[in-house]
Design a protein around this ligand. Structure first.
Ligand SMILES: Nc1ncnc2c1ncn2[C@@H]1O[C@H](COP(=O)(O)OP(=O)(O)OP(=O)(O)O)[C@@H](O)[C@H]1O
Length: 362
């Protein structure tokens, strides 16, 4: 997947911009507040249907406008051309289009555009809440396992229903509820197997990359499924049922799963510096790119926001080299291009400068 053209309208401080990026490395520079991250945010929208900075689509629409739009075209992994578009209105309505066909299902769009992101907040992947790590794993599964998306939606719906019954103190085994509880268990077990399999596949790749990125440490990842190791989900739910009635929600299950990091046998955040945490995240994301490429034969698009604030020069270079070696299309923002001196060595690159929302190729 490579983007050859990106066009934005009324997106944050960008009234209108057209960008023809490199299929390899695109560097976007500009002062604070010029609009660099907004360009990445727009590409992120194509891959996720949402922003990485806010849950409020309205904040992204340019002030005093009633909608933003993003159009992009390029080639897919079979070298076929494609066109996609997304429009979001202040009324919360949205439309997306794929090769001229309109759709109200974001999954049609986002399944086509695999986007990964590294920002100053990316350390949350290691030190933030488990939901950050579940999202990370689920991104991989969404793009690899056909069944994942509907399994995930079904599980979420059944879980919501169980939580509602717990709050009402209703019997979970009553005939009208029994079938749905069985479905919850069956769907939850399937979801768990997929996530477990994903981490097992990621582990050897991560071990190799992290020993290169953090050679002074032994970093291990492991999967926690969200309930006791040796129990089935059905047993774990039964054991916790009284407690769940007391608290009014389901305390065990795949919605509590996590990926655990141990560095030299202890929690990563207790031993790694902030820079080293960033390296751990970079290694994890690079591993995910490699696994995605191996499992699908497809290429992802990688956004690196404010890379200068994140990693020292040597690490920046190593990260970008690693991504380019996997034929990833990369978009990097930096305040000064001096932060990316090493990019001189790449022939296939394009440089853009942003000033007050105006984008110009250098
Ligand atoms: N809805 C909006 N309408 C108009 N302008 C907006 C809107 N939302 C944000 N802005 C402005 O858009 C500008 C672009 O911000 P952006 O985060 O893209 O800048 P940046 O170049 O990445 O800056 P930094 O280097 O500080 O991260 C900011 O000046 C911001 O105040």
């Amino acid at each position: 997947m490579k983007l050859d053209r990106v066009q934005l309208t009324h997106f944050r401080n960008i009234s209108s911009a057209v960008l023809s990026p490199s299929r390899s490395l695109t560097v976007i520079s500009g002062k604070n507040g010029s609009g660099k991250s907004s360009l990445l945010e727009a590409i992120f929208y194509l891959g996720f249907g949402r922003s990485f900075r806010t849950n409020k689509h309205k904040s992204v629409i340019q002030n005093e406008q009633d909608a933003f739009s993003i159009f992009a075209s390029g080639i897919d992994d079979d070298e076929r051309t494609f066109k996609v578009g997304l429009e979001r209105r202040t009324t919360e309505q949205f439309t997306c289009s794929v090769n001229g066909e309109h759709s109200h299902r974001l999954a049609d769009l986002v399944s086509l555009i695999p986007v990964q992101l590294f920002t100053p907040q990316s350390t949350d992947l290691v030190i933030g809440s488990p939901s950050e790590r579940r999202k990370f794993v689920d991104w991989g599964l969404f793009h690899v396992e056909q069944s994942f998306h509907s399994l995930f939606l079904t599980y979420s719906k059944l879980l919501k229903q169980r939580n509602a019954l717990l709050k009402q103190q209703a019997s979970l085994t009553a005939p009208q509820h029994g079938y749905w509880q069985e479905q919850l268990v069956a769907t939850g077990e399937k979801l768990n197997l997929l996530r477990q399999g994903y981490i097992e596949a990621l582990k050897p790749i991560f071990n190799a990359i992290s020993s290169e990125f953090l050679p002074e440490f032994s970093v291990e990842i492991s999967y926690y499924k969200g309930w006791e190791k040796d129990a089935s989900l059905s047993e774990a739910l039964a054991r916790k049922q009284d407690y769940d009635f007391r608290v009014g929600h389901t305390s065990v299950g795949p919605h509590k799963s996590d990926v655990r990091f141990r560095v030299n046998g202890i929690n990563a955040q207790e031993i790694l510096s902030r820079g080293q945490l960033r390296m751990a995240v970079a290694a994890l994301q690079l591993s995910q790119t490699a696994l995605f490429s191996k499992q699908t034969n497809r290429k992802s698009i990688f956004l690196l926001d404010d890379v200068g604030a994140e990693l020292d020069l040597d690490k920046r270079e190593r990260f970008i080299d690693g991504l380019l070696n996997m034929d990833t299309q990369i978009f990097v923002t930096a305040i000064e291009t001096q932060q990316l001196e090493f990019v001189d060595k790449y022939n296939d690159k394009k440089m853009f400068h942003v000033e007050h929302g105006h984008v110009a190729e250098e």
